[in-house]
Design a protein around this ligand. Structure first.
Ligand SMILES: *Cc1c(COP(=O)(O)O)cnc(C)c1O
Length: 502
């Protein structure tokens, strides 16, 4: 392999390497080290707390003199890499997080090398982003008028959708006049994500204008209750404008009935938005797809490539069936952003017209690499693996008298808690919520598996969200065995700590 010799060998700015060959060698070492880490993920702990000495290195008051990159990289290996969030590891089951496909890391490096500003103009970063939007349009059965773009995550996507719906209800003039005395009301299930509430706050409509609709026995939005709430609001002179359905609730993985919500939204003239943060990519699994029936009738969908899509953070996406709704909200006629028929200032799709950001990086390249190399087949397979592991976990919970499953789950999220043995705890019942919190903490610190916590029907529950395609049955067994062990120890300790009652 030969490479063409560079035109000039020396540095061209204070930011460029002094020695390009040494820089190249370091880059190769970085890739080697990263690949070693990724190949050996299961050998280390999921997560480790940062020792105080390491934490202290990030609390210096002054930046200090510039260091050679080799020295900073040595610091990275010692103080940064070992203390990451843990979501790459097969034992990570907390929250709802993707593990990241390795090819995404390389693509991210390439994207940084190109350093494209994907707010607009005519360059390939925009073409890549449009390509991803076209694929999403096809997956969701959206019309040719649909436009989609990357945002940080579903939180921002839900916010953008809220603004688009607000604009349809009040007209684009609201951008000039504000929301004034408009009394818009929106609707979402009680299990909706907290960012759906925050979207209403940020849109200036107030969270009190969001009605949290009771759930039915399957933890879905109760459609009858929804209709009564809308009716009551109409009778009170309010203006219902938006219903946000959840496709994959963050607590228990429930899917609202999108087809019924689409019927109701049509009849009531509401915008139907789907928070499909993780669930929308379920279109790629034959086992999840039926839960998404009606998705194609929504006005907008929020979803995250960084969850089931395994794109490294961050890679949220918003797609709106009538893309012009987004330009109504976001496009501005600024002279320095004016368009030309040709040249760099050309291009018919400037993401800044469709979203809140002007300068933005290229989230499309890592997504494009992963989709093109792994295919949506890999997404479907990873989803199915999570479903199988969840079923195995449920079976083990059912077989253990000390464990109780909480909430429904036919999806990849399983909530459960430890119940102490009334005999060995001598009738002095420890607080179950504290006990289960203690179990989660201890498991996380031991580092073999890391579940998180939630509340189901007011009870603190351990929560295993099986999004990591690297997880196997051994991780499930480690979770159950670990919960039993820590639970027994903590229950015994709580009994000892109780003042004797006799
Ligand atoms: C993760 C999640 C969100 C928030 O998405 P971010 O990408 O973290 O902003 C919203 N809704 C649901 C259902 C989620 O699972």
């Amino acid at each position: 392999m030969t490479r063409s010799s560079p035109v000039s060998a020396g540095p061209t700015s204070a930011f460029d390497p002094e020695d390009w060959d040494a820089f190249r060698a370091l880059g190769r070492r970085m890739v080697d080290d990263l690949v070693d880490q990724l190949q050996g993920l299961g050998d280390g702990p999921v997560w480790r707390p940062m020792p105080d000495a390491v934490r202290a290195t990030f609390r210096s008051e002054a930046l200090g003199a510039p260091q050679p990159v080799e020295a900073v990289y040595a610091d990275y290996l010692e103080t940064v890499a070992p203390y990451a969030g843990g979501n790459r590891h097969p034992g990570f089951m907390g929250w709802v997080q993707g593990a990241g496909a390795p090819v995404g890391a390389l693509a991210e490096m390439l994207a940084a090398g190109l350093n494209m500003n994907c707010g607009g103009r005519d360059h390939v970063g925009i073409a890549l982003e449009q390509q991803i939007g076209l694929w999403a349009r096809d997956w969701f059965g959206f019309p040719a008028t649909a436009r989609g773009l990357f945002v940080t995550g579903a939180s921002m996507a839900n916010f953008a959708a809220c603004l688009a719906a607000r604009s349809r209800a009040l007209g684009p003039e609201a951008r000039a006049s504000g929301v004034g005395a408009a009394r818009l009301t929106a609707y979402a299930a009680q299990g909706a994500h907290a960012c759906v509430v925050r979207a209403m706050e940020m849109a200036g409509l107030g969270r009190e204008a969001l009605r949290l609709v009771p759930l039915n026995a399957d933890f879905q939005m109760d459609i009858k209750a929804l209709d009564s709430l809308i009716q009551a609001d109409v009778e009170a002179g309010l203006q219902p404008f938006l219903v946000t359905a959840t496709a994959g609730s963050v607590d228990v993985g429930a899917f609202d009935d999108l087809a019924m919500l689409a019927d109701l939204a049509e009849r009531r003239g509401l915008w139907l938005h789907v928070d499909g943060a993780f669930g929308a990519l379920g279109v790629h699994s034959a086992r999840v797809r039926p839960k998404l029936a009606g998705l194609d009738r929504a006005q907008s969908v929020a979803f995250d490539f960084h969850k089931w899509g395994q794109v490294p953070y961050d890679a949220g996406f918003i797609i709106v069936a009538d893309g012009a709704r987004l330009t109504d909200v976001f496009a501005s006629p600024a002279a320095y952003l004016s368009r030309e028929p040709e040249g760099l200032a050309a291009g018919d799709f400037w993401p800044t017209d469709y979203g809140p950001d002007l300068s933005r990086g290229c989230r499309a390249l890592k997504t494009w690499f992963i989709l093109r190399t792994c295919g949506v087949e890999a997404i479907g397979a990873a989803i199915d693996t999570g479903l199988d592991l969840a079923a195995a976990l449920r079976a083990r919970i059912a077989a253990e008298t000390r464990l109780e499953q909480l909430g429904p789950s036919d999806l990849n999220i399983v909530c459960f808690r430890y119940l102490p043995d009334p005999v060995t705890s001598g009738g002095a019942a420890p607080d179950l919520d504290d006990l289960n919190r203690g179990i989660a903490r201890r498991l996380q610190i031991k580092g073999r598996v890391a579940p998180s916590l939630t509340r189901i029907d007011g009870k603190v529950a351990l929560r295993a969200a099986l999004f990591n395609p690297r997880a196997t049955l051994s991780d499930i067994n480690a979770l159950v065995d670990g919960a039993l062990l820590e639970g027994a120890e903590l229950a015994g300790k709580a009994t000892h700590d109780q003042p004797s009652r006799n």
